[in-house]
Design a protein around this ligand. Structure first.
Ligand SMILES: NC(=O)c1ccc[n+]([C@@H]2O[C@H](COP(=O)([O-])OP(=O)(O)OC[C@H]3O[C@@H](n4cnc5c(N)ncnc54)[C@H](OP(=O)(O)O)[C@@H]3O)[C@@H](O)[C@H]2O)c1
Length: 248
């Protein structure tokens, strides 16, 4: 697939309000590589004041709850200059070993339905640009369930499947679709996990490297890389190994 030029791009990134979050790191990496404009979204835009200031005119704060389907339906028309969509917002709900129905429903809405609807909303706009891309921040848990992540991992498996479908459907319009599969990353979400963690900025740089080289799968850190290799070599052995790991 054709590489995507981040320089002069116009990006739309969800979930950018947390100082240590991957979303904010992606916004910063885009600015560093010369993006023309970044629409940075959050439920509460008062948490974006610093980021907007940092962007020196290139960051536009947008209020968005990714479960608000009406707001999502209007995104493509509202932001017609966007040629890069980064579906980053994510939720890790109540970690019940056999699952929690309410957490499962909310994780599916945020981690699966939202990237589906947001990409649908932008697809006609993206198709009009000579170069455009969608990035889905999935997880290495898309490939293997882990003890604290019963319903979270299921929603990320669904997001991986969605990514494959989007790639198939958007390829004819020349839209690059990148799936990102981080292992533990040092953000608020992973505070309880006591494994080595990648920095959010290293994940963001790996995402932009992938865009600029037309790479469809991103394994940004050592755990992500070793688990993905183990998954390809012997998925059952990886399942056994991860099932007996202690989190935290
Ligand atoms: N950290 C890891 O180890 C790890 C590993 C693999 C994949 N990931 C994925 O990486 C992505 C970023 O997560 P992170 O690690 O940076 O965690 P984070 O700091 O907790 O960020 C999650 C972001 O998603 C936003 N969000 C959640 N529900 C939302 C909603 N309904 N509407 C709008 N925004 C919503 C949060 O906003 P609020 O502050 O308003 O809740 C926050 O900005 C997620 O998709 C996550 O699943 C993380």
């Amino acid at each position: 697939m054709t590489a995507f030029q981040t320089k002069n791009s116009v990006a739309f990134v969800t979930g950018t309000n947390r100082e240590r979050g991957i979303g904010r790191a992606v916004v910063r990496a885009l600015l560093k590589r010369g993006a023309r404009k970044v629409y940075a979204t959050a439920r509460d835009t008062s948490q974006l004041v610093d980021l907007v200031r940092e962007g020196e005119g290139r960051v536009v704060a947008v209020a968005l709850d990714v479960t608000d389907e009406r707001a999502i339906a209007a995104l493509g028309e509202r932001f017609a200059d966007v040629n890069l969509v980064v579906n980053n917002a994510g939720l890790f709900g109540n970690p019940a070993p056999l699952g929690d129905a309410s957490a499962a429903a909310q994780e599916m809405r945020v981690n699966y339905t939202a990237p589906m609807l947001i990409t649908q909303s932008f697809a006609p706009i993206l198709a009009k640009h000579p170069s455009s891309a969608v990035v889905n921040v999935n997880s290495i848990a898309s490939f293997v369930n882990f003890p604290l992540g019963t319903t979270y991992a299921a929603s990320k498996a669904a997001a991986h499947s969605l990514t494959q479908a989007q790639r198939r459907e958007l390829a004819p319009a020349g839209i690059l679709v990148v799936g990102v599969y981080p292992g533990p990353t040092d953000t608020d979400m992973a505070d309880a996990i006591k494994l080595d963690k990648a920095s959010p900025s290293s994940v963001a740089e790996a995402v932009l490297d992938a865009l600029e080289s037309g790479t469809e799968y991103v394994y940004p850190d050592p755990i992500s890389q070793s688990w993905s290799q183990a998954h390809q070599a012997d998925a059952k052995a990886l399942e056994r190994e991860v099932a007996t790991m202690m989190f935290p």
